[in-house]
Design a protein around this ligand. Sequence first.
Ligand SMILES: Cc1ncc(C[n+]2csc(CCOP(=O)(O)OP(=O)(O)O)c2C)c(N)n1
Ligand code: SF4
Ligand SMILES: [Mg+2]
Length: 319
Amino acid sequence: MSCSVTLDWELQEEAPRSCTLEDYKGAEARWCPGCGDHSVLSAVQRLARDKHLLPEQTVVVSGIGCSSRFPHYMSTYGFHGLHGRAFPVACGVRSRRPDLDIFVVTGDGDCCAIGTAHWIHAIRYNMNLTVLLLDNNIYGLTKMQTSPTTRPGETSNTHPHGSFFAALNPISVTLGIANASFVAQTVDWNPPHLYATIEAAHAHKGTSFVRVLQRCPHFTAHVFAAAQDDYGKLLLMTHGSGIKLDPMVERLFPNRLAHDPSNLTEARQIADRDDVLPVGLFYRNAGNRRYEEVTTAGMHKSAADKLAGVERVLDRFVV
Ligand SMILES: Cc1ncc(C[n+]2csc(CCOP(=O)(O)OP(=O)(O)O)c2C)c(N)n1
Ligand code: SF4
Ligand SMILES: [Mg+2]
């Protein structure tokens, strides 16, 4: 006879509870005035309210950086981890909690420098995570060191004569990783596009990777200034199965390109363009395998059944 273990979340009724924005507000955000991180925080809080995400069923995981202070400003569960390690923590949470809404907030240093190996494998694992890469092209928290996405020639405290290398393109890299399933780009200074992109990312089952071009008025104010003033520097990808935008907002973008997000080859070509900053959905494939399909298998078995399973495996090695 086996006893059945009731897990905490099985006890919870599907509560049709409505939350207000106040329910998601954590500590007062201490980012600089005008920092793009404020816009992203506001978008995530609005999404949480609109989708009725329960604060106690939501987790925000981050690494280290200005952007990674995000979990403190949400009154949900959170994990402000180690530099570059947001992905393994989030994958660990997801591996045992298929029921939670999990957001990963990371910076260009956190994700694309020290966290690169974790980024690549997390994309391949394709666990159900909403990843927001807040890319300000600089290490902000540690006061202005060159990051992998810093453009060549840009000066910083580590490269006073200008960054030496070509910048790494996080979208092109992600599109090159096996099993990538959702890849999008948006800007912090267009709240409707930012919101619609995060909404689509959250709706996707799998790892949705969203790079947000993020203003850092303190250290890299000039980097996105031109694209902020002139929408002609952006290229809006449009498609029936892409990011849904109000036509009024769509009209703000003079450059539009119909791009089918199931076309990976074309997605890669658009990502590599350097004449414009593409925004919208590059790629989506809802059919890719998700690692939690394996890690959560048998989770609901009783302790006795699990023990019996372990014993069966060990018995194979009995000599
Ligand atoms: C192991 C380790 N190495 C280095 C640091 C120092 N450090 C903290 S944040 C950071 C860079 C953050 O840059 P980014 O991820 O782009 O975040 P931003 O501050 O720009 O939002 C670095 C190098 C650290 N905290 N831990
Ligand atoms: S230093 Fe830059 S990224 Fe950090 S809070 Fe200030 S504006 Fe934002
Ligand atoms: Mg940064």
